[in-house]
Design a protein around this ligand. Sequence first.
Ligand code: ADP
Ligand code: ZN
Ligand code: ZN
Length: 659
Amino acid sequence: MTIIRVALDLPLPRLFDYLAADAIDSDVGRRAVVPFGRSEKIGLVIAVVETSDQPAEKLKPATAILRDMPPLPADWIALCEFCARYYQHPLGEALTLALPPMLRKGKLPRPVKEKLARVHPEVTKPDLLPEQQIALDAILAAEGFEPFLLHGVTGSGKTEVYLRAIETILAQGRQAMMLVPEIALTPQLESRVAARFPGAHIVSAHSGIADAARARGFLDALEGRADIVLGTRLSVFTPLPRLGLIVVDEEHDLSFKQQEGLRYSARDVAVFRAKQTGVPIVLGSATPSLETFYHARSGRYRLLELTSRAVADAMPTVRSVDTRREKLQDGMSAALIAALEERLTRGEQSLIFLNRRGYAPVLACPACGWISHCQRCAANLVVHLADQRLRCHHCGLENAIPRACPDCGNLDIHPFGRGTQRLEAALKAKFPTARVLRVDRDTASTPKKWQELLNAIHDGAVDILIGTQMLAKGHDFPKLTLVGAVGADAALFAADFRAPERLFAQLMQVGGRSGRADLAGEVLIQTEYPDHALYRALADHDFHRFATAQLVEREQAGFPPYAFQALLRAEATGIEQSLVFLASARAEAHHLASEAVTLYDPVPMRLSRLMNLERAQLLVESVSRPALQNFLSAWMEKLYALKAPRNLRWHLDVDPIEL
Ligand code: ADP
Ligand code: ZN
Ligand code: ZN
């Protein structure tokens, strides 16, 4: 009897056996159509076997094995198996995630006529600076797997190093993978890579790419036609039979971590993949994650430093503006306003960084105390004056802005606090002739709009930019000489222990956009804590000092990277249900957990209600990753067996980035 063992896209940690008389060993890695319940499903053949644990009479015949594309190779399946195991997720769902939607559905993209490769003008490569050369030599000297951290500020020439390394890999007839954060994958980067490798077949992979094109790119990679895969986190799963190098740019970026379903970190999966394939991996950043920095310090990753900007640009001067004794105008200090005026007179660009979009975080009635709550979440509705809406940033709920207080009828209701729209309005009022542009998720809602904004900035069609962290990811701000940060202090004392790390990275990144050789840059940080160590390290452009101090704090508190964490989260219509479920999950763990694993009490999440669901979480922690992994595997079996109430959903998040 020939049986195929199939992984199906189901939230169950098991495979399904089907009879398939015509199956042969090389069908492993092919898609199969199989009956399931009253319909059919498409899964992936994981094994061809002779016997099944199921009684023979229960086995149904598979409908078809699809042989219209090459089977997915064993190492690709192994990569998905690793993800399934590490993130405690069913293999079928991991495979589904890794396949482009079209292939998942059993379809194939229609072949396209081979386009003539666009002819790019010959680009002249700059001569490498000594530090770049050292970095490149180290990467190219790697024998098999070796992880590198390439640390260097924006403009220090990291991308140039990646491109040189890729060049050598391509010359060896091998393939390269370059991962970049969600929003950073701009046509600019794509064309920079394309211009450098005119003859190469480059596959772009990100969420903005149409289904057919994505499937085609995947097949090009699988069949060995692609030379470079350039994409966001999902492209880490692109099969590359001749993979020779992986690059993860801006490795600290949060968009590498998927926040739903299989909650994988593309950076960490990339490191696994490099190890599995035996190739070097370069993690690049101006502000590495503390996890990566820790590995570099301990010698597990090799640290490569680019200490200055490549094109003789000075680093901007960074200064705290003490706002404790000052009455601010629309949230801005006199120093910031004066600095803005100066830039306007000189025809230079300024940027104000405020990491909060909308007009104001809340609308309130001073007479009765009403505030604009979201009906579905434990959060406030944000005032969006531009389109006259109140909007929940968590669930998307929208209402018109009421004319009077819904509770007491008071006509005099006010927006409280300040977001990017309000700052934009204030700046337009203050500088009526200045061209003011706001960049946040509302104005850059699509990749196309984002690109248009970037073009406007690049063309110098903007005097004052206001923006959230999105702006930290743009490149090419040629006339930017002033960066002002307002409202940054909030992150200093946030409940999330990673908040300072993020603040430092954001400020360093936005600040790094300013200044060139002929136009010195200046960064002004409005703060009530002008002597805070974080701001002082920033002023000295000293990532090492900041990161080292953070690591000391993390070690004392027993936080990552000194401990490994997982979160079990539950959501239900009542918080009691969620907490009770987590408590029983905890009880199941009692006889499984070793000394090395700590389980905390179930608690409501910080955003305790989202979309009418009450959410709670349970933190599991260990100083030993293997101990945590072993525990989680055993625990998951119990959890699947646990009878959760019908209206309750739960998931496990391994290496969560938000607590
Ligand atoms: P990063 O990736 O660190 O932000 P890039 O590689 O994009 O830095 O380099 C920043 C700028 O400096 C780019 O315009 C790049 O072309 C230029 N550049 C990089 N390396 C050199 C070099 N060795 N000599 C001259 N210009 C360089
Ligand atoms: Zn009222
Ligand atoms: Zn909401």
